[in-house]
Write a protein that binds this ligand. Structure first.
Ligand code: CDP
Ligand code: CDP
Length: 224
C-alpha cells in the first residue's frame, strides 16, 4: 500500500481547491501547500517596491532577495517573506487583481519552481494551484482538475466576503474572476490546463463534503 502521496489539485479561482485541500490534508495528516500564496507574496512585494509587474527579469532579481516560507499551522498555512508575515496582506483585492500579470512572466515561474518542488519532495502533501499536475509535480500520485461555473465560483466568493463582513459586489467579482481565469489560461508558460492524466471534477452542484468524498474515493484507489 502506497503512503505519503503527492496529491495535485488544480483549477480556476473559487473552484474550492484550498477548502478541499485543507480538509484532505487534515484527514490524511498531510501538509497543505497553497502555491498561489507564493505568487501572491511576490506580487505583494513587487507592488510595494514599485517594480513593473510585467518586467520578468526585474521580478526574478527581486525573488533572489526574497525568502518565501510556507509554514503549516492549526489555523492553516502561514506565509512569510523573510521575517515579515504576509499571510493576510497577500489576500487584498489589489494583489488578487494583479497576481496573474506577475504569474505569466516565464522568469517568475522559473524562479519559483524549485521552491515548490522542494516543499513536496517527501510526499504527504496536498498541493493546489494552476500548473501543479502539468508542470510542478508531473509525476504526482493523484491529480484532480476541479472547476465550477463562473457564476457559482463568484457566488461562493461573494458569500465568503459577506460572511466575513467584507464589502462585496457579485457582478464585479464575476468579471474579475473571469478576467483572471482568462489571463491564467491564455498565458504561454504553464497555463491553467487539465493534465492529461488528471481526474476532472465539476463541483458546481456539489457540497464541500461531496467533493471531499469524491476525492477520498480516488485516494483509496491510488493507495490500493
Ligand atoms: O485562491 P485563488 O483561486 O483566488 O487564487 P490563488 O490560488 O491564490 O492564485 C492566485 C494567482 O496565482 C492565480 O490567479 C495565478 O495567476 C497564480 N498562480 C499560478 O500561476 N500558478 C499556481 N500554481 C498558483 C497560482
Ligand atoms: O481555492 P479556490 O480559489 O479554488 O476556492 P476556495 O477558496 O477553496 O473556495 C471558495 C469558497 O467556496 C469558499 O468559501 C468555500 O467554502 C466555498 N465552497 C463551496 O461553497 N462549495 C464547494 N463545493 C467548494 C467551496
Amino acid at each position: 500500500m502506497k503512503e505519503a502521496l503527492q496529491i495535485a489539485l488544480d483549477g480556476p479561482a473559487g473552484a474550492g481547491k484550498s477548502t478541499i485541500a485543507k480538509s484532505l490534508a487534515k484527514q490524511l495528516g498531510y501538509v497543505y501547500i497553497d502555491t498561489g500564496a507564493i505568487y501572491r507574496a511576490v506580487t505583494y512585494r513587487a507592488l510595494n517596491e514599485g517594480i513593473n509587474l510585467e518586467d520578468g527579469p526585474a521580478l526574478s532579481k527581486m525573488i533572489e532577495n526574497m525568502s518565501i516560507r510556507l509554514v503549516p499551522s492549526d489555523q492553516g498555512q502561514r506565509v512569510f517573506d523573510g521575517d515579515e508575515e504576509v499571510t493576510d496582506v497577500i489576500r487584498s483585492s489589489e494583489v488578487t487583481n494583479n497576481v496573474s500579470f506577475v504569474a505569466r512572466q516565464p522568469e517568475v515561474r522559473d524562479a519559483l519552481m524549485d521552491l515548490q518542488r522542494d516543499l513536496a519532495k517527501h510526499g504527504g502533501v496536498v498541493m493546489d494551484g494552476r500548473d501543479i499536475g502539468t508542470h510542478v509535480l508531473p509525476n504526482a500520485d493523484l491529480k484532480v482538475f476541479m472547476t465550477a461555473s463562473v457564476e457559482e465560483r463568484a457566488r461562493r466568493r461573494h458569500e465568503e466576503n459577506v460572511s466575513k463582513g467584507i464589502p462585496s459586489d457579485y457582478e464585479k467579482l464575476k468579471e474579475e474572476i473571469a478576467l483572471r481565469d482568462k489571463r491564467d489560461s491564455e498565458r504561454e508558460v504553464a497555463p491553467l490546463r487539465q493534465a492529461e492524466d488528471a481526474h476532472y471534477l465539476d463541483t458546481t452542484t456539489l457540497s464541500i463534503d461531496g467533493v471531499v468524498l469524491a476525492i477520498e474515493r480516488l485516494i483509496e484507489e491510488v493507495k490500493a
